[in-house]
Design a protein. Structure first.
Length: 225
């Protein structure tokens, strides 16, 4: 079983684009050096919205060799993990607020050779992850309340990023920090300085206009300065 790897960089969130232009987006993004595709999978219960479904993930797997990361926003993450693995997900994160048995979920993901992550909503303290660090490959830190694209970034996320980075450093492990929601260029620059590794590209950046390649190149320049 091949070992999957994480690289710092940009994770385009396909939910943030025009649903009628997905084929065009993927044709462009497949030729760029993205970290992975960020797929929001919502059940309409944990958040009041429905996100990309199993069929979308199945079809995306057929047209890309890029890694696919699924962000589960579901009340019962354990019900979906094996299905997503079978469809070819390379990384799966679920919300700590929804998981009754987070270690069981993380072990199921990792035992199948998939990268395991936890997502934190804005009201959840990073310290809650202290006992899970041995099982994690990455952490998705929400910069907005989960469920809808286009929200304004919550400035409290800066302190949470710094706290989480320090927690990981003290643990002496390499766990990647992914920031999801409301990130524009100035915010992204500061987040990287505070210890973030992956920035989800949404409405303020990658999908700001239809010129995806130009948008991506501008956003990814943060990682070369």
């Amino acid at each position: 079983m091949a070992v999957k790897k994480i690289a710092a960089g940009i994770s385009p969130s396909l939910m943030c684009g025009n649903s009628f232009l997905q084929n065009e987006y993927i044709a462009i993004l497949n030729n760029l050096d993205i970290t992975w595709y960020h797929i929001d999978f919502m059940d309409g219960h944990f958040v009041p919205n429905i996100g990309m479904n199993l069929n979308f993930i199945r079809d995306l797997r057929k047209v890309t060799d890029k890694q696919i990361e699924v962000h589960l926003m579901c009340t019962t993450p354990l019900d979906w993990i094996e299905k997503l693995i079978l469809l070819g997900a390379d990384a799966i994160s679920f919300h700590i607020e929804a998981a009754h048995a987070p270690i069981r979920c993380l072990k199921l993901i990792k035992d199948n050779g998939v990268l395991a992550g936890i997502a934190l909503s804005p009201g959840t303290s990073p310290e809650r992850l202290q006992y899970l660090l041995n099982y994690l490959d990455y952490i998705t830190l929400m910069g907005v309340e989960p469920g809808f694209e286009g929200q304004n970034f919550l400035v409290e996320t800066f302190l949470k990023t710094e706290t989480l980075s320090r927690l990981i450093e003290n643990h002496q492990s390499k766990i990647f920090i992914q920031i999801d929601g409301g990130v524009d260029l100035p915010i992204g620059r500061k987040l990287l300085e505070l210890g973030a590794d992956i920035l989800v590209g949404g409405v303020p950046t990658v999908f700001k206009s239809n010129n995806l390649q130009k948008n991506y190149e501008l956003f990814s320049s943060l990682f070369t300065k």
